[in-house]
Design a protein around this ligand. Structure first.
Ligand SMILES: [Zn+2]
Ligand SMILES: [Zn+2]
Length: 197
């Protein structure tokens, strides 16, 4: 049986608002690692406990299998004294430390999965213009401040409905921790008002 170790990983790049934390979560579970991930001012911080070989594979997955919109500029790993975590979790972001800061990702066009939902009459987001997921949608134009969290975007005025909340909290869902997610029941509405001639 291999000994467990704890490693702290600091990642700098386009890793906020692009589904990176959920990706880290799923990858950690896949490699039976415990610990946490959180957004911090300059990127994300990850702490993992597990065997060296699994941590090695985890690091390799982070660099080769990340989400479409993320971009890693640097990874720093530090061995720290062993810590026992009960599970792996996405923790609340650290308070923004001011200067420096991470990179805000650009807005991107709708992805194929969302497009399919948009035109599926049986889908609850059928023809809903603000359909987004972790892999697509607005970023730059909605970020008031970092770390990127829903509370720091205009979406703070649109609390999630139950159905959206379930998606937001399900690690297997495409909208897990997708900050701008919403639906016709809870999101912004749009109206076309005819001008008078
Ligand atoms: Zn999408
Ligand atoms: Zn909703």
């Amino acid at each position: 049986m291999e000994m467990n170790h704890t490693t702290k990983i600091q990642i700098h790049g386009i890793v906020q608002g692009v589904g990176f934390r959920p990706f880290v979560y799923k990858t950690a579970i896949k490699h039976s690692l415990t610990g946490y991930v959180l957004n911090c001012g300059r990127g994300v911080e990850i702490m993992v406990t597990g065997s060296d070989s699994e941590i090695e594979r985890f690091l390799s997955d982070l660099q080769t299998k990340s989400t479409p919109l993320s971009k890693i500029y640097s990874i720093k790993t530090t061995r720290v004294p062993g810590k026992d975590f009960r599970d792996f979790m996405i923790k609340t972001s650290k308070k923004h430390s001011g200067a420096g800061s991470s990179i805000i990702p650009p807005d991107t066009g709708i992805c194929d999965d969302c497009l399919q939902e948009l035109f599926d009459p049986t889908n609850r987001r059928y023809l809903y213009p603000f359909t987004v997921c972790t892999n697509c949608g607005p970023r730059y134009t909605t970020v008031y401040d970092l770390p990127y969290d829903r509370g720091k975007t205009p979406m703070i005025d649109f609390p999630l409905c139950d159905a959206c909340n379930i998606e937001y909290r399900s690690p297997e869902d495409r909208r897990y921790h997708a900050q701008p997610t919403c639906c016709p029941a809870c999101g912004p509405k749009i109206r076309l008002i005819a001008s008078k001639n």
